[in-house]
Design a protein around this ligand. Structure first.
Ligand SMILES: [Zn+2]
Length: 158
């Protein structure tokens, strides 16, 4: 049995002879396993730099060229930051385990700051190149809002 992502689809391979009830149960188990694996997979700083390079090619014709891209653990109020003079980009470790498109959005955002400082109309126009900007911003706003909620009792079995 195995499960993997193929673009936007998730493929779960299970033996044909299973009953429908068994099939349902295993699909749930495999999807949970896949989600757990994904949230554990963390890009290293080298992979992060490579990813930033690819995103710059894809959305800014390679014009944003960071000198360094790395994770930092001392950044709890911001998801990412950028020092254009040094060409350095830092991402909060709190993004680790979040969906790829969210991490990509923060990278694209900081890359854009290498080209346009501040958050004026020019900046957001640049960000329109990344198709999941709105969705990623919504996700991050949700995370911030959830952090502010009173903590709920832990779910059963956790
Ligand atoms: Zn910004």
């Amino acid at each position: 049995m195995s499960a993997y992502r193929e673009g936007d689809r998730t493929v779960v391979l299970i033996p044909a002879r299973m009953s429908e009830a068994e099939e349902q149960r295993w699909v749930t188990v495999m999807l949970d396993k896949l989600a757990a694996q994904e949230s554990k997979r963390v890009l290293g700083d080298t992979e992060l730099s490579e990813r930033a390079g690819r995103l710059s090619e894809l959305y800014f014709a390679g014009r944003a060229r960071p000198a360094s891209v790395r994770w930092v653990t001392n950044q709890n109020t911001r998801w990412g930051s950028c020092t254009p003079a040094e060409g350095s980009i830092r991402l909060s470790h709190r993004l680790q385990g979040m969906p790829e498109y969210v991490v990509d959005y923060v990278l694209v955002h900081e890359l854009a700051h290498l080209l346009v400082p501040g958050h004026g109309a020019d900046f957001w126009r640049l960000l329109e190149a990344y198709p999941r900007t709105e969705r990623a911003r919504g996700y991050l706003e949700g995370v911030v809002a959830a952090d502010r909620l009173p903590h709920l009792p832990a779910a059963r079995g956790e």
